[in-house]
Design a protein around this ligand. Sequence first.
Ligand code: WT7
Length: 659
Amino acid sequence: MSNEESGTSEQTLSNLLKEDRRFDPPADLAAEANLTEEAYARAAADREGFWAEQADRLSWETRWDRVLDWDDPPFAKWFVGGRLNAAYNCVDRHVDEGRGDQVAIHWVGEPVDDERTLTYAQLKDEVSQAANALAELGVGTGDRVAIYMPMIPETVVAMLACARLGAPHTVVFGGFSADALASRVDDCGAEVVITSDGGYRRGAASSLKPAVDEARTKTDKIRKVLVVQRTGQDVTWDDDVDVWWHDAVGSASTEHTPEAFDSEHPLFVMYTSGTTGKPKGILHTTGGYLTGAAFTHWAIFDLKPETDVYWCSADVGWITGHSYLVYGPLANGVTQVMYEGTPDHPAKGRWWDIIEKYKVSIFYTAPTAIRSFMKQGREIPDSRDLSSLRVLGSVGEPINPEAYVWYREVIGGGRTPVVDTWWQTETGMILISPLPGVTRGKPGSAMIAIPGVEADVVDDEGTSVPDGSGGYLVLKEPWPAMLRTIWGDDQRFKDTYWSRFKKQGFYFAGDGAKKDDDGDVWVLGRVDDVMNVSGHRLSTTEIESALVSHPKVAEAAVVGATDEDTGQAVCAFVILRDEAGDGGEDIVEELRNHVRQQIGAIAKPRQIMVVPELPKTRSGKIMRRLLRDVAENREVGDVTTLADSTVMDLIQQGSSGAK
Ligand code: WT7
């Protein structure tokens, strides 16, 4: 693999690897750390025994009789024969063990002072009510339920109610369009959708229900829509389909007996972009997933559930929200903060106000957010009391050393370890990360695989590369929270993740990485046609399909260009149809909005260039690396494999005036 493919230049890489700042774990944290150095050797000596020990953190109705069944790879079964209920583990268990009065969620709405606190006992009542209401709507074990919600407590309640019934949920990020919602509902066959009238964002009420109404015109699967009233805005109502949450859930009984399900019972499907236009429904099951989420949340954040206040800023609509806002933290019985809105409403510093008010001790966010705070300067966080913080986490994209050091110094007061956590929707849990009480932190490196996980960097043949070299990131052994398949598509599951190397049982993550001279891993970014914008995964093909679905577009090519704020940004090159002429003055804006409508605002291209040709090889493959050169204002690289080498001149002439 060349660095060009991974989107990182040789220059950037050698600068990164020259980084020589090191941060030792604080002595007091190390002394009391949940995991110590010995865990690595212990897990390596008996990996399955180690994971069995972690599964014992949960409450099982029936204990498993085999830790791992890997007889038919890549189809894994973990904790075979075990039976448990995920919602019981996240809620009831804490009440049964006498922690019912402990706060589970300090919910902070975007409008200032719009707050709500839920104890574990209250959460248990609400989850039970919602489970009864869903059962009343005909939801049974195995039925899929789509959740399309803002960041409000009912979203967590809805997920847990589904888990309680053994009805796999599929949460669709509220920023996705009606089209995206409809295609996901269709793919997994969800008959019930849980949504709200809207939510608050940047000081105004945004709407969600109209998108569900529109989705119903695009798929005939949806039978019932359960609607939470959050903003009180007007909604269109269909008496045959729509049901108010406050009616159905509000009137339901708080008594509900959770049934135990097989360890491999589907817990949820989370859609994520792949290299084709069709998102993949990543399937996670119950016992292994919950074990992995709970263990990593406890180990990597050094969680002390009795005293810590934890906050993960991710939206529940992404995997981070699933594993580290819902399942991990609640299985561990911690008190956490959940925030509805944006970091700068009503003013910059809102996040720091929340940390100060709730004395947050563990904070987990994304590099893109950190970079935007760096731009605002340190005066704002400096004027708040952030001394409660003791561990900081980062996720979603590589964290550049400057952002890491700023995060540690300015937000963490120079005391807090920063854990740079590498994982994916597919992995379900963090796999590569420092341990706050053990690891000597190195800004920019996710360091090494956590105990119980075997990661490596390999070459094209699947052979481990020596320290100091780059290659592909792989996982060599199964792990409990691994995806089990792609919903309805076992073949795509095998082809995408398990067929890249001849060696059986190697999981191909799709990331390029380098091992430095100490053997520590530096994740460089995707090696496939997947972009990472603000820590969110987007597929070039999906955006290209959206663009060519516009009547004026003949052809489109999309690349991820390096962006100071968002890591990567979407840059599109389009050829217009002859009959569209020059497309009109507002063609660029028209196309950007079209992408927004097709996929969602996060996919809206930063830049669209109308060009006369696209660079293609003789076999017709678009050479995205050349387009990336244009998008990043670099000198265009080697064009010798182009079918027509003059094309790049045309594109550059054409793009010079583009927005
Ligand atoms: C891709 C997975 C995992 C939750 C959020 C994203 C990139 C993720 C890191 C990190 C460098 C990272 C990878 C990965 N990524 N964390 N700490 N350092 N890159 O989940 O949407 O499934 O995306 O995000 O490229 O493959 P996702």
